[in-house]
Design a binder for this molecule. Sequence first.
Ligand SMILES: Nc1nc2c(ncn2[C@@H]2O[C@H](COP(=O)(O)OP(=O)(O)OP(=O)(O)O)[C@@H](O)[C@H]2O)c(=O)[nH]1
Ligand SMILES: [Mg+2]
Length: 797
Amino acid sequence: MAEAEAVAQTVACQHLQESVEAILSLVEQESSLRNQDVAAVSTSLRKAVSPTFEVAFVGAFSAGKSMLINALLGRELLYSAEGHATGIECYIAYAPADRERVVLTFASAAQIHEEAQVLLERLGVSSAIDLSQEETITTIIKACEKIVEKEGGESKSDQAKRAKALKLLLEGWWANRDRIHPTANATYSMEQFNFSNLKDAAAYARRGSNSAVLKRVEYYCYHPLLEDGNVLVDLPGIDAPVKKDAALTYAKIANEDTSAVVAVLKPAAAGDMTQEETELLEVMRDNSGIRDRVFFVFNRIDETWYNVQLRQRLESLISSQFADSQRLYKTSGLLGFYGSQLRDTSEGDRFGLDTLFATSLKGSDIAEDTPQFVYEFNRYCSSSGKLPANRFRISVNNYESQNENYVRILGEYGQPLIDQLIHDSGIESFRNGITRYLTEEKRPQLFSSLANDLQPICVALRRLYSDRYRELDSQPTELEGIKSHRLDRLNTDLKRLAEDFATHLKREVNDIVTNQCSRFEDDFRNLQVRMLGRMSELLQGFSVKQAYQRATLAHPRNSTAPLLAILVEAFYYLANELEEVLIAETERVIRQLFSVLLDRIRHQNYYRELCRLVGSDAGLETRLRAIEQSVQLALRSEASTECDRYVRESPSFYQEGTTIHQFQQVLQQTSVGYDFAPMVKAEPAIRQLLELDFSPKVKRSVTSTFRQAVSQTLKSQLLPVAVEYEEVILQQYTVARSHLEKTIEKEAQEQLLNLATEQAALREQITTYNEAVGAIDTCLQSMGCDRYQLPIVEVAN
Ligand SMILES: Nc1nc2c(ncn2[C@@H]2O[C@H](COP(=O)(O)OP(=O)(O)OP(=O)(O)O)[C@@H](O)[C@H]2O)c(=O)[nH]1
Ligand SMILES: [Mg+2]
């Protein structure tokens, strides 16, 4: 990117963060916008303004992640080998050519101690260990070796893996103990280790005893790909035999700091995706920091050249599961990396055998070892089928050693062969793809994501502000306008609340009549209980003697009285006593009913509004009190009538059956003499006779006839009030108008003030919003995202 362009972008985007944050805080103020995805905007903002952009290389162990990074950078930086090679996080960031460096960060002694203790416990030793004692350490290391041996190898069982891990940890601790801080994570530069270059540091940090006590390594190296904050992160395999190492990688994929992922997949070598690889893709999908910034690299593609089945399985996997993946590459990290290194070699150094591969040849004195690359190179030349026969007629001779074949072939075909090899390795197309992404597409894409996430939020905010603005704008703005508007509305207001009152009262009455009002039901149930209770009390307390006395008193010429006279006295007595109770109870029930009704009315909006508009309730309460009195009067007479009817025996009294039979029994008992004694003796029987007649009469009256009379009275007295009062309220117009005229001035002034405050607040919000959107748009345009234009709110000045 041109320097000037970069400067222009920095200037255009200097207010991006605060502008986006201003919009988010505007959204927060609006409860109706709670459902907007603010979190997504925060994440995209963080990515867009972040000075670094971390690209994590993840995949199974030995998939070729470290080698791929080496190939990408075109230098042997990271340690790459068969087996579990990377054991810690390695960050590769930019440095100018003359300031390349490495920073190694160690775990603290406390962390190492804790980890050792956990491993020991898992191995079945629970006692505390002292890490400063050499003997203790040697003893444990020996014990670990024994366990590994007993299990048949370090990867044979979980127990063996733990023993191996503990051994490496303790060896690493002992070898580096001078550098390790008791509680802090100490950092060292490569000079402090006397490393002459980055590669030495990488070899030191490879998986083993040192990596067991290291936390991370940061390489700062010069490479254009790393400019603009790009950081490559090499990680242990997701299926690394050491669980802790694999966990590190999963944590990195789930971390929001990770901005893109290069998924280095192994199916080219294994035939299919492993369970861990599938799981990896799922975890990645859940990280909103990564989104679609994923490169799929099927590495070790060279293995499919020699195996038709592998090739077919890979093709079918890609077409079935990765058909719509845009960033998909097939590479051979090994051939690509060393192929490009060969460009600096010649026949003079036996095409790298004496330089590049010198260290891997030292293995044996008898015969020179074959480096892995040489072996793969020869295989590529002889049986990959990749080399066009018209240009390359290569024979790999079995009478020559692998290395001799290698030197001869390169001597014969030289650069064109190397170019073909690099081309087939797919490394250049991967490098071009990722370079194009990181240098050209990344920034616009990060800003597009931000704009995309902001778009719905801005649209919603704009709509909200425009609506609110229009609403406030349509309100009257001068005192006279508000006043006349208010007075115009008065009649409609009165009408509305008169209707509300009528509807409410009708509903209340209907609830009572249809037994829906629980308060009234409870009260009426009390009345029933008291009536029935009083009846049994009266029957219990009934005295034949007193009735007899009353009967003889009424007939001064006679000294005796018939049973019938006693019964007559009893009927009058019971009916009159019950009347008193019914009157008192009814009075209580009605009083209670009206007090509840009034209370409910007072709590209605129409009532409050009526009081506000008219200055009083227009006599509503007084009117209802008067109605209560007339209901009381009407029901008092209903109660008297009801109880007066108790004086008459019920028709069933004389019917064949229980009552008449009881009557005959009593008559027989009392007719044995003419004095008072047989009557007293028959007292229980007389009581029973009375109960047989009264009990059904009173029950029917309180549950049915009297209850119905109450409902009917309430309905006939209250419903006309609903109609009558609708009219009364409408008649209040003149009173309300003069009342309103007194208060309207103040009300209108307050309303004007409120309107002005609301308008000012809204204008301020709109200005903040428009300024923020303007700043964001300027930044987006400088980034080349012209497609996105966030909406501004247009208001008249
Ligand atoms: N045939 C072949 N071998 C490869 C390829 N890429 C890497 N290798 C070899 O595979 C082995 C593992 O490579 P690394 O780069 O260490 O793999 P890694 O994914 O970093 O492994 P860990 O760090 O252990 O997770 C090394 O011996 C490489 O030389 C490839 O494309 N083809
Ligand atoms: Mg590695």
